[in-house]
Write a protein that binds this ligand. Structure first.
Ligand SMILES: NC(=O)c1ccc[n+]([C@@H]2O[C@H](COP(=O)([O-])OP(=O)(O)OC[C@H]3O[C@@H](n4cnc5c(N)ncnc54)[C@H](OP(=O)(O)O)[C@@H]3O)[C@@H](O)[C@H]2O)c1
Length: 315
């Protein structure tokens, strides 16, 4: 099969298309005939340094999310799954490929009426956004600041916080991105590439901080008594690094979602159901052919993307 190998840790050019052995479904597994492979921001960081939530020694096939059709099942797996439209995580490797072997227990069947690419766009980002909003508990009328608001997770946070009745302040880099966030429902937008952006925002009740660094720290300063800060990423290369003491001094709670296997499954299913019902819109901003995974990574890490970036496998 065709696949994209990560030859060594480094720049986007270390992602090289080539041949790979066809995966075989082991006991409890299925082989998915991949139509779309997802890319998350953290995969670009892992590719660059080898650090992150994944493990693997090059050369290996990168990619943590696939969408496609079940082509074969292993021992102990219901044969009725063959032909079903599914999305699945891979455990961190094997996704940028024509076929992937994944655990049957980790599959999500795509609801009728939801496109496969839309479902895959929600796989990681949807559950992440759902868990974050649940942990933040935004009340109707509260002001909620979303960083990287046009990104994969951010574009969903904007919609979910708005649906919860919050006043959403979308913060992002550049006019195109803030306008997208406005289209998605944000009542206020701010371009944080502009100096003094935080002063223009004023007091907020919740901060969703996926950027960290100076932007995350400036956002924290906007919180007051009763505020909640959820730091879930370091797209800037650095965590916001707000200490418990600094938060307590302002009366701010540093919150993290409860991440259990059951919670991950439930929140993924909720995201898929919301999208199938037309209440949540995954934004697929870019599509690249599988062979151009390196170009996709270059676009993501240079902040040139909006929403989700997918690799398309054409046969
Ligand atoms: N996807 C998931 O399921 C998941 C799960 C857990 C945690 N996270 C974390 O959530 C954050 C968002 O993830 P995502 O996959 O949805 O990515 P994304 O938001 O689609 O892309 C990252 C965004 O971060 C912003 N950014 C700010 N400073 C940057 C810099 N120096 N270099 C590159 N980008 C910068 C950019 O938006 P602007 O140009 O608007 O600043 C960029 O588009 C990341 O920190 C990620 O690690 C994601």
């Amino acid at each position: 099969m065709r696949a994209v190998w990560l030859r060594e840790f480094g720049g986007p050019e270390v992602l090289v298309a080539g041949d790979a052995p066809d995966p075989v479904a082991g006991p409890g597994q299925v082989v998915v005939e991949v139509a779309f492979a997802g890319i998350t921001f953290v995969e670009t960081q892992f590719r660059a340094t080898g650090n992150g939530p994944f493990t693997g020694e090059p050369p290996f096939i990168l990619g943590n999310g696939v969408g496609g059709v079940v082509a074969a099942v292993g021992a102990g797996v219901d044969e009725g799954l063959v032909g079903r439209r599914v999305i699945s995580s891979t455990g961190g490797s094997g996704g940028y490929a024509e076929r992937a072997a994944v655990d049957a227990a980790g599959l999500f069947e795509v609801p009728g009426g939801l496109a496969l690419d839309d479902a895959l766009a929600l796989l990681a980002d949807g559950r992440t956004a759902m868990m974050l909003v649940k942990a933040a508990e935004p009340a109707a009328g509260e002001r909620v600041l979303v960083e990287a608001a046009a990104g994969g997770v951010g574009s969903l946070l904007v919609q979910l916080a708005r649906a919860a009745g919050a006043e959403v302040v979308a913060a992002a880099g550049g006019t195109r991105k803030v306008e997208l966030a406005r289209e998605l429902g944000a009542q206020e937008v701010v371009d944080y590439l502009e100096p003094g952006w935080a002063d223009a925002v004023g007091r907020v009740d919740v901060v969703f901080d996926g950027v960290g660094g100076p932007i995350g720290r400036a956002a924290f300063e906007l919180l007051g008594e009763g505020g909640r800060m959820l730091s879930f990423g370091l797209a800037s290369g650095e965590w916001a690094g707000v200490s418990e003491e600094a938060a307590a001094a302002r009366g701010v709670a540093l919150r993290q979602p409860k991440v259990t296997p059951q919670e991950i499954r439930d929140r993924t299913e909720s995201a898929l159901a919301e999208a199938a019902a037309g209440r949540l819109r995954p934004v697929i901003g870019q599509r690249f052919p599988l062979e151009r995974a390196a170009d996709a990574h270059a676009a993501i890490q240079s902040r040139a993307t909006v929403g989700k970036t997918l690799l398309e496998v054409t046969r």
